[in-house]
Design a binder for this molecule. Structure first.
Ligand code: KIV
Ligand code: ZN
Length: 394
């Protein structure tokens, strides 16, 4: 793997589906997996096979149908999640083994709070379980990912120890989750840098980051982890996931894409499919996307303020750091409202087939402003009505 490529590990179908109310049918999951593969994600975490027979069956079908190609084209790794419990690992293997590139992802918590209250285990017991279960997973599958859950709140020294045990037992990817979205970007970046510096054998593995958005920092933390050396990002479409969600795939991919000259990093994602994927997942999960959501929100490429519209009409680069076509939109939108200027109105009139002389345009603009004070946005039908009034009155 080239070190300037960040692998995109999509967990929409696992962590994303854990969003309250986001359950998808087997057919919908298959469609999302197909679209993710087409878009170029490197790994699809297709589910948690031990969670239910339905989950196991969905992962099994995705492994067989999406994880293999008939024409020799590249297919993503298909991954199943498992606790560090033999039964979970066996079910994960049963589900993913039909894929050309199967992966078992196994996890156990390493923070004192989780070990004491949730697992009721001490550090030695946790280390022993990691050693035995990662080794078991590795006997079944060559590609094993290990996650120390709640790494963001774990004692770093213990974390290094836990990761070393996982490496010795055969883990090939080490994923560092900020499970409760508690860390700040500088802290998370330092955590990843510390892990890379202090964990023996880590150079044999891919370091991955997995962030949650409880404080609205998931994307910032993921990017901080990448800057510190992580080369896999675990993300979901539209950032869906437990509580406030996971890191949004489209945000990380476009941050790396928009700043590629500065960061010298990229992904294998075909960014022109981002909007389509966002709509697909939103429709299937019933979770609508907020209009001001970065990259895929309805307003992400819309301009209403007169000064902005004027700038964009002269050169889109004045107010757009990405071209709308890059994310699969045909063009940016100039929304007509009370903040809009004469220039934007004139452009819209031209696109509707009207070329007005200066005096008529000025008169229409006054009436447009009066109407805009009463309505949130002015539609093309409103403009047609204003024009007819103008013609009728003259
Ligand atoms: O957030 C988390 O810790 C997880 C792990 C299972 C990786 O989702
Ligand atoms: Zn998670």
């Amino acid at each position: 793997m080239e070190s300037n490529i960040v692998r995109i590990f999509d967990t929409t179908l696992r962590d994303g589906e854990q969003s309250p109310g986001a359950t998808m049918t087997a057919a919908e999951k298959m469609e999302v997996a197909r679209a993710l593969a087409r878009m170029g994600v490197d790994v699809i975490e297709a589910g948690f096979p031990a969670a239910s027979p339905d989950d196991l069956e969905a992962v099994r079908r995705i492994a067989l149908e999406i994880g293999n190609s008939e024409d020799g084209s590249t297919v993503p790794v298909i991954c199943g999640l498992a606790r560090t419990i033999e039964g979970d690992i066996d079910k994960a293997w049963e589900a993913v083994k039909g894929a050309a590139h199967p992966r078992i992802h196994t996890f156990i918590a390493t923070s004192d709070i989780h070990m004491k209250y949730k697992l009721k285990m001490d550090r030695e017991q946790v280390l022993d379980q990691i050693a035995r279960m990662v080794a078991h997973a590795r006997e079944l599958c060559e590609d094993v990912e290990f996650s120390p859950e709640d790494a963001g709140r774990s004692d770093p020294e213990f974390l290094y120890q836990a990761l070393e045990v996982a490496i010795e037992a055969g883990a090939t990817t080490l994923n560092i989750p900020d499970t409760v979205g508690y860390t700040m970007p500088d802290e998370f970046g330092a955590l990843i840098a510390g892990i890379i510096k202090n964990t023996k054998g880590i150079e044999k593995c891919v370091v991955s980051v997995h962030c949650h958005n409880d404080l609205g920092l998931a994307t910032a933390n993921t990017l901080a982890g990448i800057r510190a050396g992580a080369r896999q990002a675990e993300v979901t479409i539209n950032g869906i996931g437990e509580r406030a969600g996971n890191t949004a795939l489209e945000e990380v991919v476009m941050a790396l894409h928009a700043r590629r000259q500065v960061m010298d990093l990229g992904t294998n994602i075909d960014t022109t499919q981002l909007t389509r994927l966002s709509k697909l997942v939103s429709n299937y999960t019933g979770m609508s996307v907020q209009p001001n959501k970065a990259i895929v929100g309805a307003n992400a490429f819309a301009h209403e303020a007169g000064i902005h519209q004027d700038g964009v009409l002269k050169n889109t680069l004045t107010y757009e750091i990405m071209k709308p076509e890059t994310v699969g939109l045909s063009a940016s939108k100039l929304v007509l409202g009370k903040h809009s200027g004469r220039h934007a109105l004139k452009e819209r009139l031209i696109s509707l087939g009207y070329t007005l002389d200066e005096e008529s345009l000025n008169k229409l603009f006054d009436r447009f402003k009066t109407l805009a004070d009463k309505k949130k946005t002015i539609t093309d039908a409103d403009i047609e009505a204003l024009i007819s009034d103008e013609i009728y009155q003259n």
